[in-house]
Structures are given as structure tokens and as C-alpha cells.
Design a binder for this molecule. Structure first.
Ligand code: C2E
Ligand code: CA
Ligand code: CA
Ligand code: CA
Length: 278
């Protein structure tokens, strides 16, 4: 038992060392990612379940380097958060997305809401509301075309601070949605205090809604609760027609997922929009 234990321990540290080394490589490479133009933004359509039309886009960051290849945001976003680089990177994404939304408006395409993910660390920077307003002003985009996606954690860690920041964003006409909703255990009474416009139902609940009775119940409860609070709902990770039909029956407002489209380059997104508005 003793020997096996020691062996396990050694194996464990080797794996840990490997992970730490990878993490270091990622953080070091991240420092140069923007200046070396290794990042770009993809856009995934958000679709109305009543009209079937594209009404929004979520900006999703992509990064690849010659040495590391394509790195998933699920790996590099946490690394960017830990190292503080998320402030600079998040700023860049926000500006790109806002600029893109303005460009599509200028091209005469039907107006959409551009959704941008905001890390908790960005959310807590002191001047966030005026900073976001400044970017909108500089890029010439009216605030109603921007939506900031925040996770429940943002609100739960410091509810008072979150309320203040959300009020300031709301006063400037900037919309907020709660991302990955259902995974952070927000209560109904907490939700009421936040100036939130939309709930994004986490894809972990959507995945099995056509087969799992519990997930069905959870999703339907979220949609009903949201409606009674006057909130819009969007389901993410919708991959099948069965999921879509269930969501429509439950009167979910919007959907996003591979069933409609994967995240697209700006050019491909534009082609899709042009095709739709024709
Ligand atoms: P998220 O905000 O929950 O984004 C949704 C993720 O689900 C995206 O993964 C998207 O590509 C993926 N997805 C969309 N439709 C489907 C589907 O039908 N099935 C499945 N299985 N997946 C689908 P992605 O792009 O890899 O991003 C992962 C996470 O990284 C995001 O989760 C978000 O938390 C974070 N992230 C991405 N871009 C940014 C960013 O610019 N800023 C910040 N702070 N976080 C970002
Ligand atoms: Ca999101
Ligand atoms: Ca999400
Ligand atoms: Ca997620």
C-alpha cells in the first residue's frame, strides 16, 4: 500500500509539472498574442424561435500560434484571467465586436445585437461602465446594439458591487445577460436585484432535454421563471431539431447552437445575413 501510494504521488506530481509547464508556455505566448496578430473573433448567430431570423451574434475569441497551434478559449481565457492579461485582451475583443457591429449596420444589413463575453475581472475594473461607453462612442455604435454576457459568479461574489456596476451600465443603455445560467445557483430573489435583460440557459441543461425528464423540468422552470420576471431567454448549445422543438413548445425566445450555425468568420456571417435579408 505504501509503495503504491508513493508511486501514485510521483505520477501525480509529474502530471502536475506538465500542466504547470504548459500553463507557463500559454501565459508567455499570450503576452504577445495581440501584437503578433494571432487572435481573431468569430461570430455565432443567435436566432429568434418565433421568426427564425438572426437577431444577434455572440463574439467568440480564437487564438493560434505557430508553436502551440489553436488553443481553446477554455484553456487560454482562464490563463489570461490569472495573469491579468484578460483586461487588455478583453478590451480588444470588445472593440473588434463593436466595430464589426457598426460595419454591418453601415453595410445596410438588418440590425443585430452584438453579445460580448465579459470576464469577472473585467467586470470589476473600476471604470468599466464609462470605458464601455467610450468604446461605443469612439466606434459610433448605439448602446442598444451591445449586450454584455456575464456569468452568475460575477454577481454572486460581490452582489453589492455588481448591482452598482450593472445599474451604471443599464443607465448608459447597455444590456446585460447572464451566461451559463443555472450552473451558479442564483436564486430568484437575487436575480430580481440585477439589471439583467436576458438569461442564457447553459448548454449542459439543453444537451439532454429531448431524453432527460429532469433537464426538461429544469429548462422549463427557467423559461417560466424568466418570463414571470420579464426576462428574455436564449438556449445555448442547441444541436438538434428535437431540442429546438421542445424549446419552442416551452416558449423559449431565442436559440444559439450548431443546429443553426457554428461560430463563423465575419465574412461568412455577413454572407449569411445578406442571404437571409434578400
Ligand atoms: P460560452 O460563453 O458559454 O460560449 C459558448 C461555447 O459553446 C463556445 O465555445 C461555442 O463555440 C460553443 N458552442 C456553440 N454552439 C454549440 C453547440 O451547439 N454545441 C456545443 N457543444 N458547443 C457549442 P468556445 O468558443 O470554445 O468558448 C468557450 C468559452 O470561452 C466561452 O463559453 C466563454 O466562457 C469563453 N470565451 C470565449 N471567447 C471569450 C471572450 O472573448 N472573452 C471571455 N471573457 N471569454 C470568452
Ligand atoms: Ca457566452
Ligand atoms: Ca454560455
Ligand atoms: Ca460556458
Amino acid at each position: 500500500v505504501k509503495r503504491a501510494g508513493r508511486h501514485d504521488f510521483r505520477f501525480f506530481t509529474a502530471a502536475m509539472q506538465q500542466r504547470a509547464a504548459r500553463h507557463l508556455r500559454v501565459v508567455n505566448a499570450l503576452r504577445y498574442a495581440l501584437e503578433r496578430e494571432q487572435m481573431h473573433v468569430m461570430y455565432q448567430p443567435q436566432v429568434s424561435l418565433t421568426t427564425g431570423r438572426i437577431i444577434g451574434a455572440e463574439a467568440l475569441l480564437r487564438w493560434s500560434t505557430p508553436e502551440l497551434g489553436a488553443v481553446s478559449p477554455t484553456e487560454f481565457i482562464p490563463a489570461a484571467e490569472e495573469s491579468g492579461l484578460i483586461i487588455q485582451i478583453g478590451d480588444w475583443v470588445l472593440r473588434q465586436a463593436v466595430r464589426q457591429a457598426r460595419a454591418w449596420l453601415d453595410a445596410g444589413l438588418p440590425p443585430l445585437v452584438m453579445a460580448v463575453n465579459l470576464s469577472a475581472i473585467q467586470f470589476r475594473t473600476a471604470d468599466l461602465p464609462s470605458h464601455v461607453a467610450q468604446i461605443l462612442y469612439e466606434e459610433g455604435l448605439p448602446p442598444e446594439y451591445l449586450e454584455l454576457e456575464l456569468t452568475e459568479g460575477v454577481a454572486l461574489q460581490d452582489p453589492q458591487g455588481a448591482i452598482t456596476t450593472m445599474n451604471q451600465l443599464h443607465d448608459r443603455g447597455i444590456r446585460m445577460s447572464i451566461d451559463d445560467f443555472g450552473t451558479g445557483f442564483s436564486s430568484l430573489s437575487q436575480l430580481k436585484k440585477f439589471k439583467v435583460y436576458k438569461l442564457k440557459i447553459d448548454q449542459s441543461f439543453v444537451r439532454d432535454i429531448s431524453t432527460d425528464a429532469e433537464d426538461k423540468a429544469i429548462v422549463s422552470a427557467i423559461i417560466n421563471m424568466a418570463r414571470s420576471l420579464g426576462l428574455t431567454t436564449i438556449a445555448e448549445g442547441v444541436e438538434t431539431i428535437e431540442q429546438l422543438e421542445f424549446l419552442r413548445e416551452q416558449h423559449c425566445d431565442e436559440m444559439q447552437g450548431y443546429h443553426f450555425s457554428k461560430p463563423l468568420t465575419a465574412d461568412n456571417f455577413r454572407a449569411l445575413l445578406e442571404n437571409e435579408s434578400r
